[in-house]
Design a protein around this ligand. Structure first.
Ligand SMILES: C[S@@+](CC[C@H](N)C(=O)[O-])C[C@H]1O[C@@H](n2cnc3c(N)ncnc32)[C@H](O)[C@@H]1O
Length: 287
């Protein structure tokens, strides 16, 4: 394959991913959910939005435990790669007082996410923009920390991704990853939340990530498999949903649409049989 065909293929793959995540009417659905909570765009909080805008296993709870390991401070400039609707970016900015730049491939997530930032008054501390994680338009050493929540399952070239992040971090900066990784041999059932078909999925093993980070000259400082937390989280979610007679006004079903329950069922089964696990890795760029 020549370079032109290769770049056409990469563009088609990016469009396919953005199409996968694009949901018509998402902002209106969130606004309806907010109204059902008895709130308005002017009164809704970062906390209220968490069930819908933290699109990864464990939601806000997982973000909290993950961000604890980055040690963010109010003077930090932070990059959220594949920020989606920007829920974790708003949470980090609120909790740690830092400035967060979020970048995401899916235009609809970015535009909806910007509106959510305005609703909660964070437009000055969280800026979201559309873009590709492999070609991020920022200066070298521009960020004190970077993180990525459930994005690597859509990106085949993990060494290029880690190299791109390494360039953007200042010396001593931390890079946190929380992704679903392949931890067993059992075939995966599709659709899953990040891919409708096997051909769209780019899930890697923990050793793929370790090798990509080492090749980019990152030092891995912590790694944690969150399987038990995830299964407990899903059991609590199931119990809450059953008790309420259905999903709450705001939830991942708004982001995933009609196929939400089958996607989540396949994901929970894969975590239960250990063919996938949500894994955190924290790495550091040398001083
Ligand atoms: C499962 S969602 C997670 C969103 C967000 N990190 C969160 O946890 O709420 C995966 C996100 O990765 C984004 N994404 C996938 N490939 C990307 C790429 N090459 N560059 C930037 N964003 C990408 C998708 O658009 C989507 O918003």
């Amino acid at each position: 394959m020549n370079a032109t065909e290769n770049s056409r293929g990469a563009r088609a793959e990016r469009e396919d991913i953005a199409d996968h995540y694009t949901r018509a009417g998402l902002l209106a659905a969130i606004e309806d959910g907010v109204a059902t909570l008895g709130k308005t765009p002017a009164s809704v909080s970062v906390e209220d939005l968490a069930p819908v805008d933290e699109f990864h296993v464990g939601g806000r709870e997982a973000s909290e435990a993950f961000l604890d390991q980055l040690g963010l401070t109010p003077s930090d400039r932070v990059l959220d790669i594949g920020c989606g609707l920007g829920g974790s970016a708003r949470f980090a900015a609120t909790r740690d007082g830092c400035h967060v730049t979020g970048l995401d491939l899916t235009h609809g997530f970015v535009s909806t996410g910007r509106t959510l930032c305005d609703w909660v008054g964070l437009g000055d501390r969280v800026s979201l923009q559309q873009g590709n994680a492999l070609t991020m338009p920022f200066e070298a050493d521009a960020f004190d920390a970077a993180y990525m929540l459930h994005v690597g399952m859509n990106i085949a070239d993990k060494p290029a991704l880690c190299a791109a992040v390494h360039r953007l971090l200042r010396p001593g900066g931390r890079f946190g990853i929380y992704d679903l990784m392949r931890t067993g041999e059992e075939p995966l059932q599709y659709p899953l939340p990040w891919a409708s078909l096997a051909a769209q999925s780019r899930v890697g093993t923990p050793s793929d990530y370790r090798a990509a980070m080492a090749a980019a000259r990152f030092t891995l400082v912590a790694e944690r498999n969150r399987r038990d937390f995830a299964l407990d989280f899903f059991a609590r979610l199931r119990a809450r949903t059953a008790a309420a007679g259905g999903p709450g006004p705001l939830g991942p079903h708004l982001v995933m649409g009609d196929t939400a329950s089958i996607r989540l069922r396949h994901l929970v089964d894969a975590i239960a049989n250990s063919s996938l696990a949500p894994v955190e890795m924290i790495a550091e760029k040398a001083q």
